[in-house]
Design a protein around this ligand. Structure first.
Ligand SMILES: [Zn+2]
Length: 139
């Protein structure tokens, strides 16, 4: 399911591509009006009216064709609308950025302590230490 994020307020929206196709095929230009895609709703109607004016029998082909083509275009139109309005497409199910070098399955564990125990005197020393501050051994 494509998800978009509005970078100005962090608002997230997603739509189901298959469902948008079903709605667009069921309701035709009403669907495009409903989702606020007025340009496409008007274009849709203009195509039908223009056909009726030019050669009405063609409506038998043009109306179902427009209905189906616009139906399958609905997710494309939605996606382009979000991107044109500055929304950012985000991947769903992507793990949060790594907080340390550990693999994803260890991410929820307690954070890495920044100390460890000296193997010689068992006193806690800094993880990055090369020399124990308690016993002077190199570690
Ligand atoms: Zn030590």
């Amino acid at each position: 399911m494509p998800t978009f994020e509005n970078p100005s307020n962090g608002h997230k929206e997603s739509y189901d591509s298959q469902i948008s196709v079903i709605w667009a095929i069921l309701f035709g230009f009403f669907y495009f009006m409903f989702i606020g895609q007025w340009l496409h709703a008007i274009l849709y109607i203009v195509i039908i009216i223009a056909t009726a004016v030019v050669f009405a029998p063609l409506l038998l082909i043009v109306v179902p064709a427009t209905w189906i083509i616009y139906g399958f275009l609905a997710p494309v139109i939605l996606r382009r609308w979000y991107l044109r309005n500055g929304w950012r497409e985000i991947e769903e199910g992507v793990a949060a950025p790594l907080t340390d070098g550990r693999p994803w399955w260890a991410q929820n564990a307690a954070p890495l302590p920044d100390t460890r125990d000296c193997p010689y005197c068992a006193e806690p020393i800094k993880r990055a230490a090369k020399l124990c501050k308690h016993c002077g051994h190199s570690v």
